[in-house]
Each structure stands twice: as C-alpha cells, then as structure tokens.
Design a protein around this ligand. Structure first.
Ligand code: UDX
Length: 435
C-alpha cells in the first residue's frame, strides 16, 4: 500500500516514519523546502528520541521519501493523511486554512480511489466539510478521521504502542483498508474503535480537554495543600491508586503548555459556544491554567523576599515539558519574562538547547550546563522535569550559589534532601517548612 502524509510536524513526520516501519511505501510532503531538504539529508526537523534512527533505516530501505511536490506525491497513492497544523485563531477556534489548502492542492492529481484521512486535530464536522469541499470541486473521495494521541518527547513510542486507535469512517471499504494499514498494531491487540466522523473528531478534543482538566485539578489541589499542610505528591498517589482515577497526569507543576492542550481546550470551548452548549469545566480549566503562571511568579518572588531586583535567578528547563525542544505555550515564557520585568538577572539552561528558546529569550544567556547556570545564583528555579535535573549534586550547587534557594516547580526533590544540603526549598503543593 502507498501512503502519502501531508505535513511533517510532530504528528506527520512520526506517522510517516512509523507507517514506513510497518512496511508501507511512504511519501512525506511539506511545502517548506528547507524542511524537505533537511529531511532528505536524514535530519529530523523535530527533537524526538528514537526518530532519526527509524527515519534513516526506512529511507535506506527505500520505503520513505520526502518531497514538496504534493501533486506528484498523491498521483499513485492509496491513502492520504492530512497532518498539517490547526493553530488557534484569536477567538480560540481552530484555524483550518492549512487543512483546506492541502486538500485543494491534491485535487488536480489525486487518485480517485484513494482514501483521504484527516489526522490533524479538527473541530467536529470538519472532515465532512472536507468531503463536501472535494465534491464541490468534482472529486468524490472517501474520507476518514484518525486522531493521533502521541505525546511530544515520546512520539515514536506512543505511535507504536497506543492505548487505542480511533477510526471515524463511513464505509466498509475504508474500514477494510485502514484496518490493513494498522494491522501491525492490531496484531498486538491494540483496540481499534470504529465510529462516525463526528464521534472520532470529538473524542480527540474530549480526551485532550479531560487530560488538561485533570492536570488543572491536581494543581488546584496543590494550592490547597500549601495552606493545609498536606503533600500533593502523596495526595496524587492516594488518588491514583483508585483505578477509576488512574495515576497518570496527576503531577502538580507550573501548569500545562505545549501545542495541544492550550489549543484544543480553546477550540472545544469555542465549538461549544458556537453551538450554544455551556461547558464551564473547560472554560475554567483554561482560566485556571492561565492564572497559574502568574501564581508561580508570585511563589518565586515570595521565596526571594518579595523582590528579585538585581538578583541572579537561574532557571533550569524552559521547554514546555522534558524530552522536547518545543517552547510552544511553555509556562516558562511568561514566568521568565515576568521575572525579567521585575528586575531579575536571568540565566537559563535547557538540555535541548532549544533554538526556539534562543529566539524567545534573545537577550538571555543560555548556559552550557546546570552548574555553570547556577553560578552565583540567588535562586534556582526548576521549571521542567528533565531527567538530568533529578540527581543534581546539591552540595556542589550549594557551594556555587550566592543564596541557597531552590524553587522546584516540578517537585523533583523531597524537602528533606534539599534542606539537608543547606538550601531553603520551595515547591508545589507542599507546605513551606522554613521561611
Ligand atoms: C498531549 C496529549 O498527551 C497527547 O495525547 C496529544 O496527542 C497531544 O497533546 P503533549 O502536549 O505532547 O501531548 O504532552 P503531555 O505529556 O501531554 O504534556 C502536556 C503538558 O501537561 C505539559 O506542559 C506537561 O508538563 C503538563 N503535564 C503533564 C503536567 O503538568 N502534569 C502531568 O501530570 C502531565
């Protein structure tokens, strides 16, 4: 089977590489010629553990090619995946222009027996609109919606070992072809759920909004813990032992970021408002998460005696989560900028050496290591839970700083281990023992 994947972002590139790994002939298309030439040289355009090796292997096997020529790519293809971006518009709704642009570009040469599968996260009804758009242009293509649930930083692993595959379909023929496509996973007993287009579309938004709400809930419990003396990590553990709740996505922190939760919660809110359905839980999740960033700034200011003016603040980790170089909607952007405005002298270190970080913080020095970043610091702020921050030599750090303060917004450490190294320790959802 020949597959074309349009869009080589996190979803498109990982999907294309993994479908090639399944043994299919895959053409990945992107309109960005720089990206295409980078990919053709065997260089992934995203930071994803394990992707490069898999990409090179399938390129060498002749199953994976890259092009910017969408018209050529779709001529002889059996399944076309649309995996382009659907960024938020000012009103929070999803911008579908890239989806429809890609669909328009396949019209002149698409193989009429091909199946068009939307993989981008789109509002309910969008896939059907795409089908109508094609019909208006004289093209009768069968369509499907197949949401992706991969997490950045674990994208290959998540694609290869999903909890489920959701396929919004309208015909037995499409069901048969897409089942064959996912057969390498199906044989591992990964459940495939066949639904209507609308059910599949809403399932994606509902899943992401629920996960965002779950994170926001534990962050609000953390606020309560700080006042009533409970430990949010232990509360999360106690909650997670209940199989109805589950122990994932209960890690309190600075609030969620990334290219999906913020976008998808706003798109769901916008969709509900447009069709006149009230969804206060989603609205409150968005509001609570946005407020959390300024709450983290207050925590840092309070830990620094209510002023950071002319103080050296060292930030460890600025990406929206560990194992990625992605800064999109990272809590660090607002937090670092607020501290700079309050007069702090900022230094940042991120293991991804993210190019996005250099562009977002052009005036800041991006240090080469944790220890150089913390030199002469008045406070160390841990903003992202990279594994290399989990076993720092706290005694060595203690000898390097000007003031022994650690503000751990990911609760990587325990209070006792940090205090025994001579630091004042502040974290999330745990009562501050020594002011
Ligand atoms: C998310 C969904 O998990 C994935 O299924 C979907 O396909 C895309 O969106 P992603 O945004 O890549 O994936 O990363 P994820 O691991 O979900 O983290 C999202 C944000 O939540 C990050 O800012 C992370 O730091 C935060 N988070 C996550 C928490 O604060 N606590 C947690 O327990 C988990």
């Amino acid at each position: 089977m020949k597959i074309t994947v349009v869009g080589t972002g996190y979803v498109g590139l990982v999907s294309g590489v993994c479908f090639a790994e399944f043994g299919f002939d895959v053409t990945c298309v992107d309109k960005d010629q720089d990206k295409v030439s980078c990919l053709r040289n065997g260089e992934p355009t995203i930071f994803e553990p394990g992707l490069k090796k898999l990409m090179l292997k399938n390129m060498q096997a002749g199953r994976l090619v890259f092009t910017d020529d969408i018209a050529e790519a779709v001529k002889h293809t059996d399944v076309i995946f649309i995996a382009v971006g659907t960024p938020s518009q000012p009103d929070g709704s999803a911008n579908l222009s890239y989806v429809f642009q890609a669909v328009e570009e396949i019209i002149p040469t698409v193989n009429q027996d091909a199946i068009l599968v939307i993989k981008s996260t789109v509002p309910v009804g969008a896939t059907r609109s795409v089908k109508e758009f094609l019909r208006q242009h004289g093209v009768e293509l069968e369509v499907a919606f197949n949401p992706e649930f991969l997490k950045e930083g674990a994208a290959v692993e998540d694609f290869m070992h999903p909890d489920r595959i959701i396929l919004g379909i309208e015909s037995k023929r499409v069901k048969k072809i897409l089942t064959a496509l996912y057969r390498p996973l199906y044989v591992f007993n990964i459940p495939i759920q066949f639904t209507s287009l609308e059910t599949a579309e809403l399932s994606k938004y509902a899943s992401n909004a629920f996960l965002a709400m779950k994170i926001t809930f534990i962050n609000e419990i953390a606020n309560l813990c700080e006042v009533c003396g409970a430990d949010v990590n232990d509360v999360a553990l106690a909650m997670g032992l209940d199989k109805r709740i589950g122990d994932k996505f209960l890690q309190a922190g600075p609030g969620y970021g990334g290219s999906c939760f913020p976008k998808d919660t706003k798109a769901l809110k916008s969709l509900a408002e447009k069709i006149g359905v009230s969804m206060p839980l989603v609205s409150e999740t968005i509001r609570s998460n946005e407020l959390r960033r300024s709450k983290m700034v207050e925590k840092i200011l309070s830990a620094c005696g209510n002023s950071v003016k002319d103080k050296n603040i060292s930030v460890l980790g600025v990406t929206f989560k560990a194992n990625t170089d992605d800064m999109r909607d990272s809590p660090s952007v607002e937090i670092v900028q607020a501290l700079m405005e309050a007069g702090a002298v900022m230094r940042i270190y991120d293991p991804s050496f993210s190019e996005q970080a250099k562009q977002i913080f052009p005036t800041l020095r991006l240090d080469e290591s944790v220890y150089s970043c913390c030199d002469n610091a008045d406070a160390i702020v841990i903003l992202t839970d990279w594994s290399e921050f989990r076993a720092l030599n706290l005694h060595e750090l203690r000898n390097k700083v000007r003031n022994p303060v650690i503000i751990d917004l990911r609760n990587i450490y325990t209070v006792s281990e940090v205090e025994s190294a001579g630091f004042r320790y502040y974290s999330v959802g745990r009562k501050i023992r020594n002011n």
